[in-house]
Design a protein around this ligand. Structure first.
Ligand code: ZN
Length: 503
């Protein structure tokens, strides 16, 4: 078979894998939005079947042989840059999958769903004793999973590689240490100032109006409703079926106007990334965001850097006041300070922009210690409290608001995910700074409710490439530099240490 014919066969096979997995995504989206409770058992069977078929095709010997032969062609420079990237990424996905014996995959999946079901009851009941043996098994499975990739020098590196290619503990540890030190310092300075009054955010806010307001904003951001839609769920998410269909979900509370709005802006940021990937990559492994960190940078940028900025609200606050009369007597500055209030708290998902990363460091460091054998699962609740006391100055008496709070360890493996949130915060500032350097009018445009220049820069420099470049190269191409924490520190200092008199 000629190289060209092999490439066509490969694309056909990869399209089938991608289509199968998007069938699974449609089922998952329906389960999280409209499916009646009674559909649960059937949906579980359907998802398991689609999952098995996808895995069989994605790890088939024919696909592997084709990829090996095309890798040689790529090394001989017989492929275009995009096709070479396709082969490289598809081979990596294949290799990762084919390394794991199906009996192990099965064992993980059974243990994970058992643990998740137990956790949904144990967390509200503050029942650590039930979760402890399950989590011990999860740690063992996590270590075994990492051991299938012996080329990595640390189990955390092996676990991070899938979602964060090019990242390692050696790289991330000093980065996080510096950010932690600077954040704790900054937090002390912020806490020495008068606390913002957040009472204006509480009240009665009809949900239909919240939905309408949020949709107007994300339409202006550039989320394309012709290729997407928004629905309601318990845990907001963004899901991609293909170039023509990238959906978001949000939840609303009628007593809190911020919850629904900022989660809408967040998910729209993820979705605009997916909508912006080059259509030519569709239905193949390049057609998605490149890493959890870069993905999170897009959601954080639109949620926080734009959506919590003074410029943004100088345009949108009068509209918010028209929509919700309780704001009519609230000065914009009061509202701005309320949505940007800094206050150490116990729960990661409710954390403010400044203290959020401290929650991430707690988890990332504990995961690392667990994998290194320096911490045992039985000592996790106390170790959790000690780190919260140390970094945030608060600690919960119970485990419900301690080490039982996040789904990640109870619905998956231990290690490989949390770092993405902080990398996202860091990168959001770095990308925004580069965009403004290229187009200095961006901040004044935001204050007029115009976002096309910013969106265009992100699309041209990040979105359209999908997974074509690994994160380190993508960041270099977009910003001319390696990942750096400095733009983020400048952003945080500028925002949270501005002269008090300004308000
Ligand atoms: Zn996100």
């Amino acid at each position: 078979m000629s190289t060209q014919a092999q490439l066509e066969t490969l694309k056909h096979k990869l399209r089938e894998v991608s289509d199968l997995s998007s069938v699974g995504a449609v089922l998952g989206w329906d389960q999280a939005t409209y499916m009646p409770d009674g559909g649960g058992d059937l949906r579980g069977r359907q998802l398991a079947l689609i999952g098995r078929l996808t895995h069989e095709r994605a790890s088939s010997r024919e696909l592997g042989d084709l990829l090996k032969s095309l890798r040689e062609a790529a090394q001989g420079k017989a492929l275009s840059e995009a096709d070479a990237a396709l082969v490289r990424v598809a081979y990596r996905d294949y290799e990762r999958m084919a390394r794991l014996p199906s009996s192990f995959v099965q064992e993980v999946s059974e243990h994970t769903s058992k643990t998740y079901m137990a956790w949904t009851k144990a967390r509200p009941a503050n029942d650590w004793a039930t979760m402890r043996p399950l989590l011990e098994k999860t740690l063992e499975l996590s270590k075994r999973s990492a051991a299938y990739y012996p080329e990595f020098s640390h189990p955390m590196d092996a676990l991070m590689d899938e979602g964060e290619p090019g990242c390692s503990l050696t790289y991330i540890k000093p980065l996080f240490a510096k950010l932690r030190e600077e954040t704790v310092k900054l937090l002390r300075e912020v806490q020495a100032r008068p606390a913002a009054d957040v009472s204006c955010l509480r009240g009665k806010f009809p949900i239909a109006q919240q939905v309408a307001f949020g949709e107007r904003v994300i339409r202006a951001y550039g989320y394309d409703f012709n290729r997407g839609r928004q629905d309601t769920t318990h845990h907001p998410f963004c899901t991609r079926f293909g170039h023509g269909d990238v959906r978001i979900t949000t939840r609303y509370r009628d007593d809190d106007v911020g919850d629904g709005l900022f989660s809408t802006l967040h998910e729209a940021g993820h979705a605009m990334y997916e909508q912006g990937v080059d259509e030519a990559f569709d239905a193949g492994p390049l057609a998605s965001g490149v890493s959890t960190g870069v993905h999170e940078s897009q959601s954080r940028l639109w949620e926080n850097i734009v959506g919590r900025s003074r410029g943004f609200w100088s345009h949108y606050y009068p509209e918010l006041q028209r929509e919700f009369p309780s704001f009519q007597d609230v000065p914009m500055e009061t509202f701005y300070r309320a949505i940007n209030r800094v206050e150490p708290s116990l729960i990661r998902v409710d954390a403010d922009e400044l203290t959020y990363n401290l929650h991430v460091f707690v988890r990332f460091e504990l995961e690392t210690e667990l994998h290194e054998g320096k911490l045992a699962i039985r000592d996790l609740p106390e170790a959790w409290r000690a780190k919260y006391r140390d970094y945030l100055g608060v600690a919960s008496n119970d485990d419900r608001d301690g080490c039982l709070q996040d789904v990640h360890w109870y619905g998956g493996l231990i290690g490989g995910y949390f770092q993405g949130y902080t990398l996202g915060n860091i990168l959001a500032a770095q990308f925004f700074e580069s965009a403004v350097k290229a187009h200095p009018a961006i901040p004044t445009e935001i204050a007029r409710g115009e976002f096309a220049t910013l969106r265009g820069w992100l699309r041209e420099n990040l979105h359209k490439y999908g997974r074509q470049y690994d994160p380190p190269e993508l960041i270099r191409r977009a910003t001319g530099q390696e990942l750096s924490v400095e733009p983020y520190l400048r952003y945080l200092r500028g925002k949270f240490l501005e002269p008090v008199s300004k308000g």
